[in-house]
Design a protein around this ligand. Structure first.
Ligand code: HEC
Length: 408
């Protein structure tokens, strides 16, 4: 699962790049590819989000020296599609946040590395990208904290922790952007914030899952919503924090925070999440292609923005289908190379309008064989569970519909 960020709304350089790039990319013999001219722009748009001080990546790619130092390795990981992380079938759908290299960019990178990685004229460097190390959404209107500071033991397995906190808004509020930030980056593996609406108290897990407000996980961008679409936080709601800590070898402390930017008022549609979940499966030992499905009906005429697969280490692939009330079914998003290390959200270039009664169906594939390098133990049958050596099958979509449509 993942938080959403909308290309265009935020400075996802990858989106702008296609435009920037147009035509100048000729990796031809005539003109030499240089760092200052071409490579710096590609790295800025597609790598620096993570490869910068305080970023998620293990090293920075902010200067000529740094990029040159990693040059051969960069060529290898980009050509093998390990970086930047993505994993979608390029033939299905068009994606606003697709960071994949165009053939021209790839040719430029290869020509640059093979040409000895020349620096070129530093006067041609692009204006440096500015990163906000605090809040990716910008300065929040309010910041809500976890109800207590948590101490995480140095070693051992830490079960998911749940915390509940009140939100004391005086009235229903509408939200334009939202971001959960770990207090301690080293210890927090992921955080999911659920919204517990007053009337939903005591509801089943199904409903709980539906009300996901935001996620922090590797690769997840800040949640800035599309124009005209807001999240609603009804008066009297509570926040449920699900936090997964991983021990670092020494005792650590964390108190994570949620930043919120409000919208002026209710706009035309309210953003929601919907999940297809199957928690009743058993993957046999050594099975290398075990299929599990789940589906979920969309109750109102809605606009679909993005798809987000969630499985654990045995997760191998996931397809998202949309079946319309007239019986026609389309493959909307296909993830042939699922990787648990990345919790990505695939955002449609053109949001999709679907009629009430449309069903979205996910087909997940698991590899519980020894050929899966991430597999902790191929000799064990695997069932649903929260820990990473257990499995999950969840497919989420972000969608919006008019508020009246559900006000019964
Ligand atoms: C979403 C964050 C993210 C983005 C975007 C990203 N990286 Fe990475 N990169 C990582 C992380 C985290 C690691 C370390 C874990 C791993 O290797 O998977 C990594 C590892 C690497 C490595 C080392 C691989 C190895 O085997 O040790 C290279 C080289 C690299 N990235 C290059 C790039 C380049 C070039 C780009 C842009 C084209 C890029 N990355 C974009 C997060 C990112």
């Amino acid at each position: 699962m993942n938080r959403i960020s909308w290309c265009g709304a935020v400075s996802v350089g990858a989106c702008a790049l296609a435009v920037l790039w147009g035509g100048t990319a000729a990796a031809g013999e005539a003109q030499q590819v240089t760092y200052s001219q071409e490579i710096s722009r590609i790295v800025q748009a597609k790598c620096q989000e993570c490869h910068r001080p305080k970023g998620l990546g293990p090293f920075s790619l902010m200067s000529y020296r740094q990029v040159k130092g990693w040059g051969k390795m960069i060529q290898e990981v980009v050509n093998s599609k390990r970086m930047p992380p993505w994993g979608l079938d390029p033939h299905v759908g068009e994606w606003a946040n697709d960071p994949s290299f165009t053939p021209e960019e790839l040719a430029a990178l290869n020509a640059w590395v093979e040409g000895g990685m020349p620096e070129g004229d530093p006067a041609k460097l692009p204006v440096p990208r500015v990163f906000n190390d605090e809040w990716g959404i910008g300065e929040p209107d309010v910041v809500l904290e976890m109800p207590e500071e948590v101490t995480i033991a140095a070693t051992g397995v830490v079960a998911y922790r749940y915390f509940t906190s009140d939100i004391d808004f005086e009235e229903d509020r509408y939200v334009k952007a939202i971001e959960v930030r770990p207090g301690n980056m080293k210890s927090v593996h992921h955080i999911i914030i659920f919204l517990q609406e007053p009337q939903a108290e005591g509801d089943s897990r199904g409903n709980f899952t539906e009300n996901m407000l935001d996620v922090y996980a590797p690769g997840s961008p800040p949640g800035i919503f599309p124009d005209g679409v807001v999240r609603k936080i009804p008066k009297g709601s509570k926040l449920i924090w699900q936090v997964h800590y991983t021990p670092t070898g020494k005792e650590e402390k964390d108190r994570s925070r949620l930043g919120i930017i409000f919208a002026g008022g209710p706009e035309k549609e309210v953003l929601r999440t919907a999940f297809a979940v199957n928690d009743d499966f058993k993957i046999p030992p050594h099975h290398d292609d075990y299929v599990v499905e789940a589906s979920k009906k969309i109750p109102a005429d809605a606009t679909v923005y993005s798809f987000t697969p969630h499985m654990h280490y045995r997760g191998k692939a996931m397809d998202f289908f949309l079946k319309y009330p007239d019986g026609k079914e389309v493959l909307a998003c296909s993830v042939p190379a699922y990787d648990f290390n990345w919790q990505l959200d695939y955002q449609l270039k053109e949001p999709l309008r679907v009629p009430a009664g449309t069903v979205f169906r996910i087909v997940g594939r698991f590899d519980n064989s020894a050929n899966n390098p991430n597999n902790p133990d191929p000799s064990k049958p695997v069932r649903w569970g929260e820990q990473t050596w257990e499995e999950m099958l969840m497919g989420g979509i972000f969608l919006s519909w008019a508020d009246e449509a559900t006000a019964k």
